[in-house]
Design a protein. Sequence first.
Length: 197
Amino acid sequence: MTINLAKGQRISLKKEAPNLTKVMCGLGWDVNSSKGGLFGMFSQNFDLDSSVLCLNSQDKIGRNDNVVYFAQLRHPSGAIIHQGDNLTGKGAGDDEQIIVDLPKIPSNLNKLVFVVNIYNCLQRKQDFSQVNNAFVRLVDLSNNKEIARYNLNGGEYQGQTGMIMAEVYRDNEEWKMAAIGKGIKVNGLEQLVQLYS
């Protein structure tokens, strides 16, 4: 049974899925069809990019290859594989998917931060208040059962162009998930990365 997480809520993945090894993180969103947002009317193309920031015990990225995103789809360890970029968010279900093989994550990495940013947000005059039904979910790939889901309320993100969606982190050798849902003003992934540099 899926756990619907509230903002700030944490769960133990070991408790919810005791034999979990490989997990799919799915991210999805729809675009509002009316006026709104910080910049008024928005352009038709709306491209959200999901990424994973791999952090060490000091909550730092450390190396450029610890960022998995549309231009670097695979972590060097093979533990994290981004399934590719969705340029529009059209269609039902997950818009982007990231596969995580938990046992393969190097021991020096303690936290995976799942983030989303709006590509070319300033040029396109777009922010997260123009996004509906944004969610992040974790699926156990051994049985395709959804473990947990976190749905965002787009109305509270006026002017925000980046989003820290969720964290999967190591706690005494046990993996846990935290729903974050923190919106921030950034102009691209690089500024999100700088938060952890």
